[in-house]
Write a protein that binds this ligand. Structure first.
Ligand code: MRU
Length: 355
């Protein structure tokens, strides 16, 4: 399927173009970032969001900064770039793809033997483009693997936006749906609106409409009713970070969905690329959860409905225990009932791809 939009892309004059997701669905507007600081800001304010898209944006953030410095001698580019890494690292804490992508960019920088600033910038841009291309390819493989899990005419419930908008393209959870539809399965989607930032209402509903995939929007609290009625065949969500034991951090509201799916005997699938797996964190309890501003909960779009001064609890993500995950779908495998041992096997296989 050809997408009618691009989430982010490199423009050859040394800018990264980012679809400003704060304006969707009413406006399709692109930001043009020419420094790491501007890219970090776009991540911080959710102009670009979704774990894999954040990783790609961070990689381009380094590339854009290197391009900005590229007329300087190589030594000055090398000494100027650590500040760019620092500003990008602190943009958001939960999606591990951000740190994974910066780590890849840092490795390229450390290993580069380029003797000019322009050479270093070219090496970094090549790696950012590679990260971007790999993400799209991973999503297509994940889509094919995940589509095979869905019955004909499946009614799929999803939460937040784990689509093309949240990745370099195609999507993770929505990538599975796209691949199933492309293979002739008439899947229909139920999209949680996803309080408080409404990624489901603003982004998932819009993205699926662009592709002509039937979508029904619901308040998050109505998911229980659908599941209890037997109106859902599968729940599919994305992830921001998966711990070594298979616990999943994703948009707040994912954990209650997993509990509900378990209660009603509906499979609960998590789709994410391997870049979302964090083997350095033993369990979900160790995943840093972003706390976001109170005004996301006390009102929206300039309108405030809660009394002034009320205390607010606004975690951006929650953690679903691995025991509630029917299967984890990555680009290399479907891991049924993920646990520490199954994920360690996957990790080992990846470290020695010829094995
Ligand atoms: O706060 P957001 O919009 O960045 O949260 C996004 C999610 O929780 C997604 O489900 C997750 O990043 C997976 S995107 C393929």
């Amino acid at each position: 399927m050809t997408m009618a939009f691009h989430t982010l892309r490199w423009v050859d004059d040394g800018t990264v173009e980012i679809l400003d997701q704060r304006r969707l669905p009413t406006g399709v507007e692109y930001l043009r970032a020419t420094s790491a600081e501007q890219v970090a800001d776009a991540i911080r304010v959710l102009a670009v969001r979704g774990a894999p898209a954040i990783g790609c944006a961070a990689a381009y953030g380094v590339a854009v900064e290197a391009h900005r410095l590229s007329k300087l001698p190589a030594a000055d580019v090398r000494s100027g770039l650590p500040a760019a890494f620092r500003v990008l690292e602190t943009s958001r804490p939960t999606a591990v793809n951000l740190f994974w992508a910066l780590n890849r960019m840092g490795t390229v920088l450390a290993r580069s033997t380029d003797t000019t600033g322009a050479g270093i910038a070219a090496s970094l841009l090549r790696e950012a483009r590679q990260i971007h291309a790999e993400d799209i390819a991973a999503n297509h493989r994940m889509g094919a693997l995940g589509a095979a899990l869905l019955p004909h005419g499946a009614r799929v419930l999803t939460h937040c936006n784990a689509g093309a908008l949240a990745t370099a393209g195609h999507g993770t959870a929505l990538g599975i749906i796209r691949s199933a539809v492309a293979a002739g399965n008439p899947v229909t989607v139920f999209a949680d609106e996803t309080r408080p930032v409404l990624q489901g209402a603003r982004l998932t509903a819009w993205e699926l409409q662009q592709d002509g995939i039937p979508v029904t929007l619901l308040p998050d609290v109505a998911a229980a009713t659908l599941l209890a009625r037997g109106a859902i065949d599968a729940v599919i969500v994305g992830a921001d970070r998966v711990a070594a034991n298979g616990d999943v951090a994703n948009k707040v509201g994912t954990y209650p969905l997993a509990v509900l799916a378990d209660r009603h005997g509906v499979p609960f699938y998590v789709a994410c690329p391997r870049s979302t797996l964090d083997f350095s964190i033993a369990t979900g309890a160790g995943i840093p959860i972003e706390a976001r501003a109170a005004d996301e909960v006390t009102g929206f779009g300039g309108v405030t409905w809660a009394p002034e001064g009320v205390a607010v609890f606004n975690p951006a993500f929650d953690v679903t225990p691995a025991s509630l995950v029917t299967a984890l779908v990555t680009e290399s495998a479907v891991i049924h009932r993920p646990d520490r041992i199954k994920l360690a096997v996957l990790d080992t296989a990846e470290r020695s791809p010829s094995a």
